[in-house]
Ligand binder design. Structure first.
Ligand SMILES: Nc1nc2c(c(=O)[nH]1)N[C@H]1C(S)=C(S)[C@@H](COP(=O)(O)OP(=O)(O)OC[C@H]3O[C@@H](n4cnc5c(=O)[nH]c(N)nc54)[C@H](O)[C@@H]3O)O[C@H]1N2
Ligand SMILES: Nc1nc2c(c(=O)[nH]1)N[C@H]1C(S)=C(S)[C@@H](COP(=O)(O)OP(=O)(O)OC[C@H]3O[C@@H](n4cnc5c(=O)[nH]c(N)nc54)[C@H](O)[C@@H]3O)O[C@H]1N2
Ligand SMILES: [Mo]
Length: 764
């Protein structure tokens, strides 16, 4: 009997060998060097490792496939823009082992699904296209031509193009992403869900509405010049390590850092720059000035408390708000103030879980400074009221006139290395009409104006059998999405699932009736085409577009580039009905950039500008106080205080990343900065909450979430007592995704609320 989709999707429940210590007091430094070197030496060829470490994030080198943190415009460290987790990302991508026909002949899909995610990831790089026929137990090799034709046959057999889903993960370069969305639109649908739907979608929504651009407004230079940087719901020590260098520069220039987070993340407390040998010896720089241990989802309450006190001061002294800015550039001030006055300071502070003394320390800093930057990530975007979270912090910046001037503004810190670029070039299920009009003008076909599926809609669509083909350009859909069991059935309902991937992952094992794995080149590999080795481009979190060019030989001669995959499938599917010469693009990616220049704003002279060593900035209205909103001004917004009514035995759970993972890719089994080793199935709990439930350290528990009457369960988690506010707890993603309800998501943005899941904890 073969396994059910749910069984194949399940993460391994076996325990490893949990060891817990006190979290370290300092981040990066020698520990980070050691950890990166261990990983690199274990999984990469030594010659590759050397090449990589000198070229990563260098001008004219290749863009790290890790996070989207920008590279400095001017000086870049001689040691390389070095980062522990960047090197781990490289060690993972440039693994020396490869897998192909003999590996898949040996291991059935059922067997592979029993491996842990760590084991699956370490099996090696995918080296040739593989096909799982209907009813088969093992993947078998297939030629590229046959693979393209299989996809084409399935797509052309659908009743309507809207029965196909085209997912993207944010590593795809601008060139591949542009062609992909162009193919999908010419084929006839807008079903373009992407990882952004689970990530910064709420930031995009909130910022577009209030400031007229769905991206942040600051540059790296602003961060250095800020008087205050607030880091809210973000763990840069693990997820954006190079941000710590920027924060250190800000501190050295006299800036203050306020950290708002239920966890005292070590990276933000003290940092030893790996590029400063002297600092390594002397113990590093203290980063955070005030740490605010807010309760999970207590952010709107905390920001409202600040806004209320600022208003009170403004009413007595008249010199707190930037009235000139408010008068000239904003809209909605009166309604916002009227609404704010309905709230009581004490209620807000209480709801935030923050002490009066900590509040006062923060308030003092905000009151006395006017160059404020607010940085944030998933701690704000993965809640039901995520859009409110972000709009509320914009309200604070607007009152202080802290936008569109040096050292001030918004800084949503993006996740995947090109997630921002993908959206810029058209990976969007709800693309603006102006963009669609340009596509029509350029290519002569009319793209559908109907909005397509986001991630959550796509899962519903497949579950209801309204979508029948799933195509993923990168990513690991089943492990990244909420509600693992339900989503596994959704994928299994498809006629065909296809993944363009560098590495084996669980999504290759939770298949439709037939399945394809299409292996592609990674960022670090040379992309040989007719016109020579290709350069591609990516956009970082601060809107800088720069080039990336591989330096290693491809791990196999049977893998091809993402651009070549997209062109091959488009050509096979659309044949003569296409208005586009698909195969020409793959010979010379400069042709793709010429098209992007015509269709997407801000890319004038793309090919020429890409040759500039640091790349070029895309236009950004908010940065220069041109707010392209409906009112033509920056808009104040009205945001409700969320009401949390937990039952006595309930906790709010956030699902977070350990130090040794990149999303669903598990680099290792440790979470060094939190003092957890050799285990991922753990739940961090407040010690009082453990006591009131009679739970011991390392006790094995079952977790249950209940939402809209549906109970979801996850077995075998070990309790770890931790410094976390009461009634709050944390687990790692993807292990806890079975507990994340599909129907619990951010209003208007549809980001799964994976940071605020109500659970109960039960002794096993
Ligand atoms: N090495 C590495 N780098 C990565 C990734 C990775 O997995 N590994 N992932 C990439 C991607 S795609 C992304 S999106 C980013 C993710 O980067 P982060 O957003 O930093 O990642 P998370 O682990 O989800 O951490 C969220 C933080 O928010 C806090 N938090 C949770 N709930 C709340 C809340 O209600 N309020 C506040 N104030 N804080 C809260 C948590 O304690 C945690 O510190 O990193 C990118 N970079
Ligand atoms: N519970 C919970 N769920 C979450 C989150 C959370 O915080 N909590 N975070 C969410 C967030 S922020 C995000 S962004 C998503 C991430 O969702 P995804 O982007 O779908 O997941 P990843 O784990 O980044 O995808 C890893 C896979 O991408 C493939 N890959 C790597 N590099 C390349 C490449 O260059 N090209 C191609 N074609 N493939 C490549 C590899 O095969 C690898 O297995 O997960 C979301 N899910
Ligand atoms: Mo993300």
């Amino acid at each position: 009997m073969s396994k059910t989709p749910k069984d194949r999707a399940a993460t391994s429940e076996k325990f490893i060998n949990l060891k817990v210590t006190n979290p370290p007091k300092n981040s990066v430094g020698f520990g980070a060097l050691k950890s990166a070197v261990t990983q690199v030496s274990k999984y990469m060829k030594p010659s590759d490792a050397l090449k990589i470490s000198t070229k990563i994030n260098q001008k004219g080198g290749f863009d790290c496939p890790g996070c989207a943190w920008p590279d400095p415009d001017d000086e870049r460290s001689a040691l390389g823009e070095y980062c522990e987790n960047g090197m781990k990302a490289m060690a993972e991508e440039a693994q020396k082992n490869t897998i192909g026909a003999s590996f898949f002949a040996k291991h059935s899909v059922d067997e592979l699904s029993e491996w842990s995610d760590f084991e699956i990831g370490k099996s090696g790089r995918l080296a040739e296209p593989m096909y799982l026929p209907k009813g088969a137990t093992h993947y078998q090799p297939i030629s590229w031509k046959d693979a393209f034709n299989k996809v084409a046959t399935h797509l052309n057999a659908l009743n309507t193009p809207d029965e196909a889903v085209f997912y993207t993960s944010g590593r795809t370069t601008n060139e591949a992403a542009f062609l992909y969305q162009l193919f999908v639109r010419e084929y006839g649908t807008a079903n373009l869900p992407d990882c952004s739907n689970m990530c910064h979608e709420a930031s995009g929504k909130a910022l577009s509405e209030t400031l007229g651009i769905g991206k942040g407004s600051v540059t790296l230079n602003d961060l250095y010049k800020a008087e205050v940087v607030m880091v809210v719901g973000q763990n840069p020590g693990t997820n954006h390590p190079r941000m710590l260098t920027a924060l250190e520069k800000c501190k050295n220039n006299g800036g203050k850092i306020i950290t708002i987070n239920p966890l005292k993340e070590v990276g933000l407390m003290k940092f030893t720059n790996p590029q400063s040998p002297l600092k390594m010896l002397s113990g590093g720089t203290a980063l955070t000035d005030v740490f605010v241990p807010v309760t999970i989802n207590g952010d709107v309450a905390f920001f409202k408390a600040i806004l209320l006190k600022l208003l009170e001061k403004e009413e007595t002294t008249g010199n707190v708000f930037d009235k000139a800015f408010i008068n000239e550039y904003t809209s909605g001030y009166d309604a916002f103030i009227k609404d704010l006055k309905q709230y009581s300071f004490d209620d807000c502070l209480k709801a935030s879980g923050v002490s009066k003394a900590t509040f006062n320390a923060v308030f003092d800093i905000i009151l006395n400074n006017n160059k404020i930057i607010i940085c944030w990530a998933m701690g704000l975007t993965q809640h039901e009221n995520a859009v409110d979270n972000i709009r509320e912090l914009v309200n604070l910046l607007l009152l202080k006139g802290s936008i569109g001037k040096e050292g001030a503004g918004t800084c949503p810190v993006r996740g995947h290395s090109n997630v921002q670029g993908d959206r810029t070039v058209g990976i969007w299920e709800a693309a603006p009409q102006a963009f669609l009009d340009k596509i029509e003008a350029k290519y002569g076909f009319k793209p559908t104006t109907k909005h397509g599926y986001s991630v959550i809609d796509a899962i519903e669509g497949m579950y209801k059998k309204e979508a029948k083909v799933f195509f993923g350009l990168g990513g690991n859909f089943i492990s990244a999405v909420p509600d693992t069991n339900y989503s596994a059935q959704a994928l299994a309902n498809c006629n065909l699932t296809v993944h363009v991937s560098t590495k084996l992952n669980r999504s290759h094992l939770v298949t439709g009736k037939e399945a394809l794995i299409l292996p592609c080149l990674g960022r670090a590999e040379k992309d040989y085409q007719k016109s020579g080795i290709q350069t591609q481009s990516v956009e970082n979190s601060m809107g800088v577009v720069s080039s990336t060019k591989g330096i290693l030989e491809p791990c196999s001669d049977k893998i091809i580039s993402e651009v070549a995959v997209v062109c091959g499938i488009a050509n096979a599917t659309l044949k003569n009905r296409s208005k586009i010469d698909w195969l020409a693009y793959k010979d010379d990616y400069a042709l793709v950039r010429n098209d992007i220049e015509e269709v997407v704003d801000g890319f004038k002279d793309y090919n020429t500008k890409l040759k500039q060593p640091s790349g070029f900035y895309l236009p950004n209205g908010a940065r220069v106080r041109q707010f392209k909103t409906k009112t033509g001004k920056a808009n104040f917004s009205i945001n409700k205080l969320p009401e949390w009514k937990l039952k006595q035995d309930e906790l709010v759970m956030m699902t977070i990343r350990s130090h040794d993972q990149f999303n669903t890719t598990i680099y290792g089994l440790n979470d060094r900065y939190r003092g957890v080793f050799n285990e991922r199935r753990i739940i961090f709990m407040n010690k009082d909450d453990m006591k009131s439930r009679g739970l011991e350290e390392q006790q094995v528990v079952q977790l249950q979430s209940t939402f809209n009457g549906v109970v979801r369960k996850a077995n075998n988690f070990k309790v770890v007592g931790y410094d976390i506010p009461k009634y709050c707890c944390a687990t790692y993603f993807p292990e806890a995704n079975v507990l994340v309800p599909l129907d619990n998501f951010a209003h208007t943005a549809k980001t799964p609320a994976s940071k605020s899941i109500v659970i109960t904890v039960h002794a096993n």
